[in-house]
Every structure is written in C-alpha cells, then in structure tokens.
Design a protein around this ligand. Structure first.
Ligand code: C5P
Length: 235
C-alpha cells in the first residue's frame, strides 16, 4: 500500500460503518475515523477495524496545551493506529509533545503511529483565513511555513490541499508526507470544501495519500465509486 486512498468513515455509529464496509467484502482498506465516529464509538471501533485488517488514520486533530496533547497521544498510540494528527496552529512545543506522547505510548517492538499536522483546513479559503482567523499572509505561504514547523518538531508531514503539495515538498523536503483531503470525482459537489481537486490531479501534484469521503460514502454505489477513484489515482 504505497500510495493509499484513505476512506473517510464519516458515520455516526458502528452499525453504519459495518453496513458501509460490507460490500467491500474482505478487502483490506485504509480508513479514517474522525471526531463524529470516534466520539460515539471510542477504542472499541478501532479494535474492530484493526481486527478486520484495515489500516486506521485516527483524525482527531488535537489542539491543546502541550501536556494535554502529550498525554492524549500516549493513549492513542496504545490503540496501535497507523496515523494521527494535530493542528499545526498549536505551535512547535505542542507538536513536539505530541511526538513524545506517541513514543511513550508505543509498545516495545511496535512502530509508533505517524503524526501529521493540519496546516489550514481544506474548508478554509484565503478570505476566511484573512477575515476570520486574522492571518494576513498568502495561503500557500502559511501552509508552507506550518509544514516546516511540523517537520522541525519531528512530525512526518502534513494534511493539506493537493494544490499545495508541490510547494510544501520543495520547501520542506520531498520526504514530507502529504495527506490530502478535498478530493472530488469530477462532477461531484464540493459541499463545504473550498480547495478541491480530483484524484488524478492530486496524483500529478505528488500527494502521498488522498482522503476521500462523500465522493464515495454518498455515492449510489460506493464500491464502484471507490474503484473509480482507485483508477484515477493510480494512472
Ligand atoms: O467528504 P469529504 O471528502 O469532503 O471528507 C473529507 C474528510 O477529510 C472529512 O472527514 C474531513 O474531516 C477530513 N479533513 C478535511 N480537511 C482537513 C483535514 C481533514 O477535509 N484539513
């Protein structure tokens, strides 16, 4: 699984997840569990997904004081998920604390979960960032600088829009992991997302992994939509 499609399980209950995954039969997937699902189902669902052979990105976007983030990450590492994240806006001390927590919570002989930082949400536009978050720089500049802070703090990479991948890789090194949501199959609605691309374009721009939610979860035939994304992503 070198360049995965991460399937966003944005559902409220374990039952919904099971119903959604059923038609994928026994395929091993890379899935993302976000706040909506995790706050309802907790570690039990993670256990279930791991037991079924899926890789798990636990997308809880931690953003708190360093000590709290460190202790929370220690607990998340013990769930043996593959990928977790924080908001880069929490600062370098917080990101360093996240890595320390993950290291201390990883069992001997196991790999610590990779950790990436959200730079700016893909639902945030340049206007929102300037007028509501009061950051008066170009989006690309902010994203690049946040990515550099994340790498300097020991994180593997960032969550960003695919549109920002080339600039981030150039500024922070080609080995910077870029995980990119805001993906739509051509013709699908963007919804609340602002900085969107297709799987094929994300591939061309050099994304290491795409996160796809509604283009698959809301499709009439999710398996067929997944296969379409797979086809575009692997061209
Ligand atoms: O349905 P859609 O494909 O827009 O879902 C995108 C998923 O990626 C959602 O679960 C969302 O929480 C997540 N995400 C995002 N932007 C980020 C980080 C995560 O859209 N910066």
């Amino acid at each position: 699984m070198s360049k995965p499609i991460i399937l966003a399980l944005d559902f409220p209950t374990t039952k919904d997840v099971e119903a959604f995954l059923k038609p994928f039969s026994n395929e091993s997937l890379y899935v993302k569990v976000g706040m909506e699902l995790y706050y309802q189902t907790g570690p039990a669902l993670i256990d279930l997904l791991k037991r079924d052979g899926h890789k798990v990105f636990l997308d809880l976007k931690l953003h708190d004081i360093p000590n709290t983030v460190k202790r929370a990450m220690k607990g998340l590492a013990s769930l043996e998920v593959d990928l977790v994240n924080v908001h880069a806006a929490g600062g370098c001390a917080m990101m360093e604390a996240a890595v320390e927590g993950l290291e201390s919570g990883t069992a001997a002989g196991k790999k610590r979960p990779d950790c990436i930082a959200v730079t700016q949400l893909t639902s945030t536009s340049q206007e929102i960032m300037q007028q509501e978050i009061l950051i008066h720089h170009e989006m690309k500049e902010v994203v690049k600088r946040y990515a550099k802070f994340a790498r300097q703090s020991g994180l593997e990479g960032v969550v960003c829009s695919a549109l920002e991948v080339p600039a981030i890789k150039e500024y922070c090194g080609q080995d910077t992991m870029t995980v990119t949501p805001g993906i739509r199959i051509a013709g699908d609605l963007a919804g609340d997302q602002k900085r969107v691309t297709t799987p094929a374009k994300a591939r061309k721009l050099g994304s290491d992994a795409i996160v796809v939610g509604r283009s698959i979860t809301s499709a009439k035939d999710p398996v067929q939509a997944y296969q379409q994304v797979q086809q575009e992503w692997s061209v």
